[in-house]
Design a protein. Structure first.
Length: 162
């Protein structure tokens, strides 16, 4: 009886105490980078996980990731004052561990905008006392697996997040 109880307890700890490996994101960040994060902390985190590849227009930086199994690059853009993150896009690693749309976004709640061989799920997350409002976007050419996952400031015009 005690042995069965211990086994059940161990199974519960494994099931509920371990992170869900299918969910690779907390939802409010991508690899520790989140909307509204200050530039200093962002650059520190990016240097831990990758290498700056190049700087682009509109305060954008493209980072090659070192060893992430899911993503090869992060594109991070800062606001006009160049102080806080306004959007983040992760590019799926070719031949990497593929992520389903449902791994990063609640597809039951998200808006779906799809056309021939283009799939896009969009979900707005309202601000709270800890996090500014943001939009999650998962997109790709495969019906099940994403090519890109983005977070952008809520109500940021679409052309500014490219």
């Amino acid at each position: 009886m005690l042995k069965n109880l211990l086994t059940l307890l161990l199974l519960c700890l494994i099931t509920f105490g371990c992170p869900n490996s299918s969910k690779t994101q907390s939802g409010s960040d991508i690899l520790g980078i989140r909307i509204g994060m200050n530039k200093e902390d962002t650059i520190k985190r990016l240097n831990e996980i990758g290498k700056l590849e190049r700087e682009e227009r509109k305060q954008q930086e493209i980072w090659a990731l070192n060893n992430d199994p899911h993503y090869s690059h992060l594109i991070v853009a800062f606001d006009k004052e160049n102080q806080k993150v306004r959007y983040i896009t992760a590019k799926a690693r070719e031949k990497g561990s593929r992520l389903r749309y449902s791994d990063v976004i609640d597809i039951a709640k998200a808006q779906q905008r799809s056309s021939a061989n283009n799939y896009k799920y969009i979900e707005d997350v309202q601000a709270n006392e800890l996090t500014p409002g943001y939009t999650r976007i998962a997109s790709g050419t495969d019906p099940d697996y994403l090519n890109y996952f983005s977070l952008k400031e809520l109500n940021l015009p679409e052309e500014e997040s490219k």
